[in-house]
Design a protein around this ligand. Structure first.
Ligand code: M6R
Length: 609
């Protein structure tokens, strides 16, 4: 997804901006560019492809300006190219703009600018329309021109703007796309994401919708949509630069897989009080609140949706409240029945996924109470929720989500147990047993990671297969979806997940000798049923890799290989099963030589529809 960095201060803006953009590379992009205000004009340099291409392109140029904006683009309007890359300039040459998001009425604005002002356009982007619009409206007051422009723009966007004749001022505006501003030692910053600025500061301002930020070298001012100054508290960022670096691992994905014991421990420890019970500080979920709720909706996208599938099982089993679950892109358009007795749970690592945000707004509009499970502090989902359950996974850089998923699962279990206990529908013994099981998870994941070589070996033998099925029952079915997504998104192997009992209703027709079936069989109470499904696919000559609990030797009879996870209660097995599946996807993709951290066509956070 697109990334924005802007700087105004006393140091070389180009170096600082490029450094910041590199920290946003994980979001996925297809071109990069900078606009630096130099003596004598704004210098714009942009290149399709990696930031390294841009660096190579400008390496012999003397660029000394101390104010500028930069961008990594992920094409929406117009193909990836040098020309369509940001920043974009007004024809006057006085205004440069970077932009994340979409201007929905850009065609209308383009026609109006061409007709009334004779503006000629040079690119296919909606962003050029913003630059030309501000260029036409600018009469010496940059803030006024930006305000006037955004009044005419429909859509979701964050923009950064500089003007040649205002070489000490950087202006930014936010509407439904992430934007932060930060105070540094040598100057001040704007950015779309925290990792871009971690090297330079640890205190940021979160910019809200409809707000403008005006940065000079010594000051940051925030104004609301009525142009009134806003007094905003600084947020202390606890992520460190090391958190956002690879730390000796070949890929962020592998690093993040290995970070799971620590991340899960953090999520748990922050929510377990001195009395050994779950505490939901900051989340208002009293017995009275729960008595008012007759249904829970869990809504999310991708991996976060898969965490929600496990959450549904956990909440229905432990809290005995009916749960519906939906992908956000469907939920938002299907007029679901929601009222003030609905608790809506949004799950999102980034907190910026547009569909999830739109679904949340739809639920809110209909009166639901909003509880979100989010990783990124201060993100849009956080700001629009009534209550937030942070995952505290630390920054997740790889596009393929791993530690965000398992920490989301922890949040769902804690919520389920908490609600079950409060409602008096589970025994004290069961509550303590599951809590103990959760506390033991980090140690058990360590044990699985110690045996990662076995999964690596397996991946080396199977990486060139072209068809993989993930099957399971109950909570294993929920994890099967995640295992399949992980494999396909980074290895590009056609993988498919299905509830094992559904196989015989059609999908089993696809079983062939070359087919791999990854059979999750960790639910003891469903084992016999699952074993029958394994026998069925084995009989069709599929190559079966089973995942089972240690001690289950029966499964070896019908499996080509078995990956064992430590013994645990059925309820919490997704937290363990997920690990070998993540490792398998990683090693297969590595064996195939794919770009693991930035898979093709994907972006870390999807802020467009
Ligand atoms: O930031 P979010 O959790 O809202 O993102 C949702 C999905 O886009 C995300 O989980 C995606 O499916 C990942 N690439 C999966 O690894």
């Amino acid at each position: 997804m697109c990334g924005i960095v802007g700087y105004v201060g006393r140091d070389n803006a180009k170096d600082i901006i490029i450094e910041g953009l590199k920290k946003l590379e994980y979001r996925g992009y297809d071109s990069a560019g900078v606009a630096i205000v130099e003596k004598g004009g704004i210098l714009v340099r942009k290149k399709e492809g990696k930031i390294a291409n841009l660096e190579e392109f400008i390496k012999n140029e003397k660029i000394t300006g101390t104010i500028g904006i930069g961008h990594t683009r992920w094409a929406t309007h117009g193909a990836p190219s040098d020309l369509n890359a940001h920043p974009h300039m007004s024809n006057s040459g006085n205004i440069a703009v970077v932009h994340n998001g979409i201007v929905e009425n850009y065609v209308e604005l383009k026609e109006w600018l061409a007709k009334d002002y004779g503006v000629q356009f040079h690119t296919e982007t909606d962003t050029e329309v913003i630059a030309q619009l501000i260029g036409v409206l600018y009469k010496g007051d940059l803030e006024a021109a930006v305000y006037e422009a955004v009044e005419k723009m429909k859509g979701a966007y964050a923009i950064g703007v500089v003007a040649e004749d205002q070489p000490d001022k950087l202006v930014a505006f936010r509407k439904d796309a992430p934007l932060i501003a930060g105070l540094g030692n040598s100057g001040n910053f704007i950015a779309s994401d925290i990792p871009a600025l971690l090297k330079y500061l640890d205190k940021i301002y979160l910019i809200e919708n409809g707000e403008m930020v005006v940065c000079t070298a010594d000051r940051i001012q925030i104004f609301d949509e009525n142009k009134n100054p806003v007094d905003r508290d600084l947020l202390h960022v606890t992520w460190s630069l090391e958190d956002a670096e690879k730390d000796g691992f070949d890929h962020f994905m592998l690093k993040e897989i290995y970070e799971q014991p620590r991340a899960i421990n953090e999520t748990l420890m922050r929510r377990i009080g001195d009395d050994g019970k779950i505490k939901l500080d900051g989340i208002s979920l009293t017995l009275e609140d729960l008595e008012n709720i007759n249904k829970i909706y869990i809504v999310a996208c991708g991996t976060a949706y898969h965490a929600g599938l496990v959450g549904k099982y956990a909440i229905e089993k432990m809290a005995k409240i009916p749960v519906e679950i939906d992908v956000a892109s469907e939920f938002r358009y299907r007029d679901p029945y929601i009222d003030d007795k609905t608790l809506f749970i949004a799950i999102s690592q980034s907190g910026e996924t547009l569909d999830t945000l739109a679904a949340l707004r739809e639920a809110k509009r209909k009166g639901a109470r909003i509880l979100s499970v989010v990783n990124v502090v201060g993100s849009s989902v956080v700001r629009e929720s009534d209550d937030v359950f942070y995952t505290w996974a630390g920054p997740e850089i790889a596009v393929a989500s791993t530690k965000a998923y398992t920490t989301q699962l922890i949040c769902m279990y804690l919520l389920a147990l908490y609600m079950g206990e409060l409602r008096g529908v589970i025994t004290k013994e069961y509550y303590n047993q599951i809590l103990d099981e959760l506390k033991a998870i980090p140690g058990k994941i360590e044990k699985i990671l110690e045996k990662s070589k076995d999964v690596e070996k397996l991946a080396k033998t199977l990486y060139n297969r072209t068809q993989v099925f993930f099957i399971g029952r109950g909570m294993d079915a929920a994890v099967a979806y995640e295992g399949s997504l992980k494999l396909k998104e980074i290895s590009y192997i056609n993988s498919f997940a299905i509830a094992a009992g559904e196989l015989k209703h059609g999908t089993i027709a696809l079983m062939e000798p070359e087919t791999i079936v990854i059979a999750l069989a960790t639910q003891d109470f469903l084992f016999e049923k699952m074993f029958s499904n394994i026998v069925e696919v084995k009989a069709r000559m599929a190559h079966v890799v089973s995942v089972a609990k240690e001690g289950n030797t029966t499964i070896e009879r019908e499996s080509n290989e078995v990956i064992y996870i430590p013994q645990c209660a059925d309820e919490v097995s997704p937290l363990l099963t997920a690990i070998p599946l993540q490792l398998f996807a990683y090693y297969v993709a590595r064996e195939k030589g794919e770009n693991i951290d930035k898979p093709r066509n994907l972006a870390k956070s999807v802020t467009v529809e």
